[in-house]
Design a protein around this ligand. Structure first.
Ligand code: NDP
Length: 444
């Protein structure tokens, strides 16, 4: 049995209760076969695959807090510090009822390669809690964040592990988390990214994942001799990534006609009104039903459905496993040509296989949504030198990082004879750098 298959079997046996984690490891290792085959003796001796699939540590902890009725609530918090071969652990925190060890490990594992692709010195980690911020008062959110940080602070630091936001963790939550860290540790340091602009945040961080997704999609379109101009774009989600992907795709000349949340979706043939969407989601924290009420051209539908709309470009920006095999068939049937992932692992393995074998050009999330963590890396640099860069400077750096990622994944795929396979290209380019660093640092 080959080395990849042996390790896949071991990982499956040890983690049989972690489907999302196994999905991510399978997807990565399958595409690494050519690199592993070319270096099998060395990689086996160094146990490279066993080491990279096992996190340095996975911490889980109790998060007790008091709700507005005086009732004590208990959630479970996590931090998985996956790999710090090329820099301090770096990766967001997710607050969502679905959070469990499998989801945090899948996200932390993917983060290793994503961070490596940015070319910045950041290792991989991820965290979160099974806490649902929906419907909670500001005081309850603060109580939860303070309790979460009261345990988390022991494991993080500006040079060890730098968390950020993810689903359910935006500017408000980062503010409360940072305040508690500062109070407990008594130090003012860049321990979190995604901070507010008045206390060490970076311009463009909020927009970075969605903008970065459009910048790399633009590179792909350019390679195919075209652009966003005149293209119909479908987007899922209506959170941080989706909102700024819609904004940038529109600015670049595309017409974005959908968005969604966990209860329903919008079809707006006139193009999504970004200002209205931001007001509903960022200011009023309301549901998408409000969008349809206030925008005569829009239809609201319950449930899922964005992938049924005819488009040229599809940008899944909500959550994992939201684009299924039947959606993939509909996209192909409708003539969609490009799928670039804004969310982490939004496309299931069989849907990805169907899209790519039917001629759709596909960029995986670890490359196409890396603009968020890249700009977090830029925030860390600004914090270290105690300076703030202008919007133009950060945006220019983001554009150049995304263009560079596209170049690297394109050439890594070509180097191993898989021209146009950006999934393999992203995994290979991310993996090679981390593995070189791991081997250079000895068995640790
Ligand atoms: P937000 O919490 O801001 O938004 C998430 C969006 O997805 C919301 O519209 C939410 O709807 C929807 N959603 C969440 N869970 C589900 C579900 N189970 N079914 C259907 N819809 C769902 O998160 P972000 O925009 O920050 O993150 C979106 C994705 O992008 C995630 O996969 C995240 O890991 C990834 N990502 C985020 C980065 C960032 O910088 N923020 C960086 C890189 C990746 P509702 O409001 O109803 O819950």
């Amino acid at each position: 049995m080959g080395y990849v298959d042996e390790v896949l079997e071991q990982v499956k046996a040890k983690n049989s209760d972690q489907p999302e984690f196994l999905q991510a490891v399978t997807e990565v290792l399958e595409t690494l076969r050519p690199v592993v085959d070319a270096n099998e003796e060395l990689y086996r001796k160094e146990a490279v695959l066993e080491r990279i699939t096992e996190p340095d540590r996975a911490i889980h902890f109790r998060v007790p807090w008091v709700d507005d009725n005086g009732q004590v609530q208990v959630n479970r918090g996590y931090r998985v510090q996956y790999n710090n071969a090329i820099g301090p652990y770096k990766g967001g925190c997710r607050f969502h009822p679905s959070v469990n060890l499998s989801i945090i490990k899948f996200l932390g594992f993917e983060q290793i390669f994503k961070n490596s692709l940015t070319s910045l010195p950041m290792g991989g980690g991820k965290g979160g809690a099974d806490f649902d911020p929906k419907g909670k008062s500001d005081r309850e959110i603060m109580a939860f964040c303070q309790s979460f940080m009261t345990e988390l602070y022991k494991y993080i630091g500006a040079d060890t592990d730098v968390p950020a936001g993810d689903i359910g963790v935006g500017a408000r939550e980062i503010g409360y988390l940072f305040g508690q860290y500062k109070k407990i540790r008594g130090v003012y340091e860049g321990v979190l990214t995604g901070k507010g602009l008045t206390y060490g945040g970076s311009l463009v961080r909020k927009q970075a994942t969605g903008y970065g997704l459009c910048y790399i999609t633009q590179e792909l379109l350019k390679k195919n001799g075209t652009s966003f101009e005149g293209k119909t774009v479908v987007v899922s989600g209506s959170g941080n990534v989706a909102t700024y992907a819609i904004e940038k795709a529109t600015q670049l000349g595309g017409k974005v006609v959908t968005c969604s949340d966990s209860t329903g979706w919008i079809y707006d043939p006139d193009g999504i009104d970004v200002a209205l969407l931001k007001d509903i989601k960022e200011v009023r924290r309301a549901r998408l039903t409000e969008y349809a009420k206030e925008r005569p051209s829009a239809e609201y539908h319950e449930g899922r459905g964005v992938w049924s709309i005819k488009c040229d470009v599809a940008l899944p920006c909500a959550t994992q496993n939201e684009l299924l095999i039947d959606d993939a068939k509909t996209l192909v049937e409708n003539g969609c040509q490009y799928v670039c992932e804004g969310a982490n692992m939004p496309t299931t393995l069989d849907a990805t296989e169907y899209l790519t074998s039917n001629g759709i050009q596909f960029i995986p999330g670890k490359a196409s949504n890396a603009g968020g963590v890249a700009t977090s890396g830029l925030e860390m640099s600004q914090n270290s030198e105690r300076l703030s860069w202008s919007e133009e400077e950060v945006d220019a750096k983001l554009q150049s990082i995304m263009a560079n990622i596209f170049k690297n994944i394109d050439s890594a795929a070509a180097k191993y004879g898989m021209e146009g396979n950006y999934i393999a290209g992203a995994n290979i380019a991310g993996f090679e750098k981390v593995v070189d660093a791991m081997i250079a640092q000895g068995v640790c």
